[in-house]
Ligand binder design. Structure first.
Ligand code: CMC
Length: 432
């Protein structure tokens, strides 16, 4: 980041400020407002942080107008085609693609952290069987902060790396066990001879009664979904992880908070909501009715899987997933999958509609992912848990980056106070 020049602000009542401008490697320049209050006595007002850069980061770059997403400079489409999830995780964590030896060591080290402490089982058993997997994930990941408390010093780089590997390794086990618990089947332990996505599918669908062979086509498709969800710069859940981590809290607690943030339907919960919406639409002829509802200001209904805070163009992840949906469903013999047909038709009609065009609302990552996951036999309630599993890489990489940032401070926004001014206490007998 370089300081190029500054911007001069003048306003009524003699307000004057000189604020530095910083330039990144890509994207809009930023105005550094840290000295604004000292110079003018004013704060900035930005609900939802729509215009605020909260940190400097060299992990992920999005050009929302052009529909471009880069992890450490590499296009998402290229990574989805040529890389795999663990290699991409290494890239996100360390900044460069691994060489052969680094790759093997990373895969080995992640693989040998996949088991959960045996006691963790009892946490699952405390829940109702119908609990949402995201509720279990928040609880179990948060509880890891108790399992790894005494031996975790967040200021120690080695400790941070151990926590990082543990999180990436254990998340598939936690997510799969949340599912197993919900259907009353025995927990299946991780297997070190399987790849990352393969292992997850095995823990989801195997039982102790018989051999279960993971279909390589499904493993590859899921691995690609993991790559597409691995990081997305300063979204709500990542900002949550950074905010919690900025207090010096345990990374396990910070990631649990990130999972909680991801759960909402405006964020990661949208992949589940899309499939429920497509179910509700049911047939192509009902699409206009739902589009009319999405456009109606008095109806809270929104087209799930459409629109994005940053993308004002086609989300490149959605483009990869649309193609992947065709391939995976054809392989599974579900070429005429009715949900895929409704989704494609819905997309076509919406993209021609004035309302969606004006507001630059395009399909996002959640629009096609649920259709693929459902076709793979993954239950709807697990969709957001899978998003969380993959995004853990981004969360933990962003947490590590923040811990190393010399400008990092406890996250503490200001406010525009609109409540009552100071007033004297009213004794009970004098209150109306
Ligand atoms: N359907 C109908 N109208 C929409 C939609 C939608 N999906 N999304 C935005 N709009 C309208 C909105 O009503 C507003 O219209 P107007 O200017 O007339 O008031 C305009 O578009 C701008 O919307 P906004 O709510 O100010 O935009 P935002 O940046 O605050 O919200 C969003 C972004 C993703 C929360 C929103 O587009 C949305 O709710 N989409 C549906 C949920 C979804 O798919 N979420 C997944 C996001 S991508 C993956 C992830 O983050 O996890």
């Amino acid at each position: 980041m370089s300081e190029t020049n500054s911007v001069r602000l003048t306003g009524p009542g003699g307000i004057e400020a000189e604020l530095p401008i910083h330039e990144g490697t890509l994207g809009p320049r930023v105005m550094d407002v840290r000295r604004l209050y000292a110079q003018t006595g004013m704060f900035t007002y930005d609900p939802g942080f729509t215009a605020t850069a909260s940190c400097r980061s060299s992990i992920t770059y999005i050009d929302g107008d052009a529909g471009i997403l880069l992890y450490r400079g590499y296009r998402i489409e290229e990574l989805a085609e040529k890389s795999d999830f663990l290699e991409t995780a290494y890239l996100i964590l360390y900044g460069d693609l691994p060489n052969g030896a680094q790759r093997l060591k990373f895969i080995h080290d992640i693989t040998y952290h996949t088991m959960l402490h045996e006691q963790v089982q009892f946490l699952f058993r405390g829940f109702r069987r119908d609990a949402h997997p995201m509720a279990l994930m928040i609880a179990v990941v948060g509880a890891l902060s108790a399992f790894y408390y005494e031996d975790l010093d967040v200021e120690d780089p080695h400790h941070r790396m151990v926590a990082t590997y543990r999180m990436i390794a254990k998340m598939p086990t936690i997510a799969a066990w949340a599912y197993k618990y919900s259907i009353g089947q025995p927990f299946v332990y991780p297997r070190n001879d399987l790849g990352y996505a393969e292992n997850f599918i095995h823990m989801m669908f195997a039982t102790p009664c018989e051999e279960y062979r993971v279909d390589p086509v499904l493993a590859k498709a899921l691995d690609r979904i993991f790559i597409l969800h691995a990081d997305h710069e300063q979204n709500a859940s990542t900002s949550t992880v950074r905010l919690v981590g900025s207090t010096g809290a345990s990374p396990y607690a910070a990631i649990a908070a990130g999972i909680a943030s991801l759960w909402g339907p405006a964020h990661g919960g949208a992949n589940e909501a899309v499939v429920l919406m497509l179910d509700e639409i049911g047939t192509v002829d009902r699409i206009p009715e739902f589009l009319a509802r999405a456009k109606d200001r008095n109806d809270p209904f929104r087209l799930m899987g459409f629109g994005h805070r940053v993308y004002k163009n086609y989300d490149p992840r959605a483009a990869v997933l649309k193609q992947s949906a065709d391939e995976v469903l054809a392989t599974l013999g579900q070429k005429n999958n009715p949900k895929l047909q409704i989704a494609k038709e819905l997309e076509k009609i919406a993209l021609e509609d004035e309302y969606f065009r004006e507001r630059k609302l395009f399909p996002n990552v959640d629009f096609y992912s649920g259709i693929i996951l459902e076709a793979m036999g993954i239950p709807t309630k697990m969709f957001t848990a899978i998003f969380a599993l993959a995004r853990t890489v981004g969360w933990i990489a962003q947490w590590n980056e923040m811990m190393l940032d010399p400008e990092q401070k406890i996250g503490r926004p200001r406010q525009l106070y609109v409540g009552p001014k100071e007033r004297p206490f009213v004794p009970l007998e004098q209150r109306p």
